[in-house]
Ligand binder design. Structure first.
Ligand SMILES: [Mn+2]
Length: 376
């Protein structure tokens, strides 16, 4: 049987204030196309369906449209909650939707719900574990539980494993050995990390939470990653669509399908004057998201506004000039007493900017200094 493994849709997400509605609808359309092309049997959505607990109307409409499209294709859909979802709100209509083969497990109530699928004599059991935290498990199960590992251990006792079937676990947690990125939300430090050993008994762990596609612990413990890039740290990552195929011997094959976002994240570099010149941008798709690295020595006044008039989707602006690192030893060497305030300022300016202040710049500081001392 074939399944599309999705996670971290983050519907309603804004990137640096830009609405991703159009991009998200387009990328979900690509998911539907893949479902058609590969004749998949089901879709797993492993948490962070929405970006926020109270999603905007557009995001709810988008999920509604997507679920309707999946249902039209007679696909089984499995949804668990993530840390960004409101478990209670995502649970809306779950009993009714089950009749339409849309299975939602968003609230952990002391049992790991499952659903069975059968085709050509092959059976697949899908275990749906919503996002859990130690406090949820402690409260719901009435057991001492003071760590994320203990929470997972307790949850795993409540799995209805079927030795005869291919067992797939859906889980939205931070498993050890995986690589994080800037658009995720984590507990302070790595307290929320969970050992991958809990996943070993499953034929496939359909994970969610981490935004870059990756396996952790073993190939079958997989984070598909987000369908779109959400932060500048994901600029060089290729986002893919993960499809899995369960085999009669319970082995699971993982296939990564290409995705083509309508607007990509692109890095450009040059001086301000170069980057704003027509010859630089005339062949660029200005609807893309731009990460700009400026080679200017001096900071450009109102750089954001000026660049945004050409590149409306700016991710980040950074100056390439490297400022020398100052160590505590360097600080000891500073002999401040013998220097004039202007000499101290000139040194500071050079240290900060990697270049000496011009006469014009020094004049501004000298005038300011004199103005202050005149009022004394
Ligand atoms: Mn997420």
């Amino acid at each position: 049987m074939k399944f599309l493994h999705l996670a971290d849709l983050h519907l309603g997400k804004k990137v640096f204030g830009y609405d991703l509605d159009g991009e998200q609808r387009d990328i979900l359309r690509q998911v539907l196309e893949a479902a058609d092309t590969y004749h998949v049997d089901g879709v797993l959505i492993c948490g962070d369906v929405y970006d926020v607990a109270m999603p905007p109307i557009g995001a709810v409409a988008l999920l509604n449209w997507f679920l309707n499209e999946l249902h039209k294709r007679a696909l089984d859909v499995f949804i668990i909650s993530g840390n960004h979802d409101s478990a209670g709100r995502l649970n809306f209509g779950s009993e009714l939707l089950k009749e339409s083969r849309i299975h939602i497990a968003s609230i952990f109530e002391g049992d790991v719900e499952y659903a069975d699928m059968e085709k050509d004599g092959q059976r697949v059991r899908i275990h749906m574990l919503p996002f859990i935290k130690p406090i949820i498990v402690r409260t719901v199960c009435d057991v001492p539980c003071d760590s994320w590992n203990a929470a997972m251990e307790e949850a795993m006792k409540r799995v209805h494993f079927d030795e005869e079937a291919c067992n797939i676990l859906m889980s939205h947690q931070f498993f050890a050995g995986s690589q994080t990125c800037e658009s995720e939300t984590h507990a302070i430090g790595t307290l929320d990390q969970i050992a991958t050993t809990y996943l070993d008994r499953f034929d496939y762990a359909a994970l969610g939470h981490l935004h870059n596609p990756q396996s952790c612990g073993r190939e079958q413990n997989r984070y598909p990653g987000t369908l779109l890039k959400f932060s500048a740290s994901e600029l060089d990552v290729t986002k893919t669509l993960t499809m899995i195929e369960t085999n009669p011997d319970h082995s699971v094959s993982i296939i990564e399908l290409p995705l083509h976002p309508i607007h990509d994240f692109v890095r450009i570099r040059g001086t301000f004057d170069e980057i704003v010149s027509r010859s630089f941008w005339k062949d660029l798709d200005l609807e893309n998201y731009y990460y700009v690295i400026l080679d200017d020595e001096q900071e450009v006044f109102q750089v954001y506004e000026k660049l945004a008039s050409i590149y409306p989707r700016l991710l980040k602006i950074e100056y390439s000039r490297t400022r020398p690192q100052v160590t505590m030893e360097d600080m000891d060497d500073l002999t401040t007493e013998q220097k004039t305030p202007m000499e101290i300022f000139a040194e500071f300016f050079e240290m900060q900017n990697g270049t000496a202040a011009t006469q014009e710049q020094m004049k501004v500081v000298i005038d300011a200094w004199e103005a202050i001392h005149e009022t004394d």
